[in-house]
Design a protein around this ligand. Structure first.
Ligand SMILES: Nc1ncnc2c1ncn2[C@@H]1O[C@H](COP(=O)(O)OP(=O)(O)OP(=O)(O)O)[C@@H](O)[C@H]1O
Ligand SMILES: [Mg+2]
Length: 263
């Protein structure tokens, strides 16, 4: 078996005294699409920030592409981050730059390539996400779905070995969201790219997930192939998959029936 793209061992994170991730261990396989799943506020984005080396753990170990984050200085960390592409929640494009310049930015910052080469590479990435006609547009002239695609082109600029998404389809209509999911699938199939997507959209999970890491109350509730997640009998997993809300507390129910009784 090939070595995983990322290994997380006993990761603990806290903000002040509040513990957010409490001993998280999981692996992200190479060449697959891994979905990080869980309720709002469970710590998905926090875990993602650790997986890209943006946050230092309180304790625990993270190994990315064979390198232990704990043993890296700032320079080593920067070099490692160049091998990863990230599309944050909301795309985060620079409004004062054209779409083309946004995509070219990582190449201008991190390489010494000629301007003409950078132009060609930028156009290739825009072509890949179906935005070749929009190179000279400013981000405010794009729809939400187009912005995500532009952000994706920028994340792909440096030909990353791992691509990360935070909520790729949030805020998009179902058709546009499905289009973005298909783009993620084709990147994985065409380039065998390792992809990690954080989401809580079950429709999107159904479409793209190969491997699943499910976070719940600061720990890992499930980690494994998507088929196994579907077969899981764990109550918290079933509740999430079946979209069941938490039960109303007894007191609330009693209170409501008194109100109804009085009416
Ligand atoms: N910088 C911070 N300072 C303090 N608390 C934080 C910070 N960032 C996140 N938190 C807390 O950590 C918890 C997990 O947040 P996180 O953003 O990781 O959740 P999430 O699973 O991504 O949620 P969502 O699905 O809503 O995006 C939340 O309770 C949040 O309030
Ligand atoms: Mg989040």
């Amino acid at each position: 078996m090939t070595e995983p793209a990322i290994i997380v061992e006993n990761l603990v994170t806290q903000y002040g005294d509040r513990r957010i991730l409490d001993g998280v261990s999981c692996t992200i396989p190479r060449g697959e699409i891994t979905v990080i799943l869980g309720r709002s506020g469970c710590g998905k984005s926090t875990l993602l920030r650790h997986l890209i080396g943006l946050a230092r753990p309180h304790s625990g170990r993270i190994v990315i592409l064979g390198q232990d984050l704990g043993g890296l200085d700032e320079e080593g960390l920067t070099a490692l981050r160049r091998r990863m592409g990230v599309l944050f929640q909301g795309a985060a494009l620079f409004g004062s730059m054209t779409v083309g310049d946004n995509v070219a930015l990582p190449l201008r910052e991190h390489t010494t390539l000629e301007e003409s080469t950078i132009r060609i590479m930028t156009r290739m990435k825009l072509e890949l996400v179906g935005l070749s006609a929009c190179e000279d547009y400013f981000p405010q002239a794009l729809s939400g779905g187009m912005r995500k695609r532009a952000g994706l082109a920028r994340a792909l600029a440096m030909d990353p070995e791992i691509l990360f998404f935070d909520e790729p389809s949030a805020g998009l209509d179902p058709v546009t969201a499905a289009g973005l999911d298909d783009l993620i699938l084709s990147l994985n199939r065409t380039f065998r790219m390792t992809i990690v997507a954080v989401t809580h959209e079950l429709t999107s999970v159904e479409r793209i997930a190969g491997h699943v890491v499910m976070v719940d109350r600061g720990t890992i509730l499930f980690s494994g192939p998507y088929d196994q997640l579907l077969a899981s009998q764990e109550e918290r997993v079933r509740q999430f998959l079946e979209r069941r809300p938490d039960l109303i507390e007894q007191d609330t129910e009693a209170y409501l029936s008194t109100l109804l009784g009085e009416a």
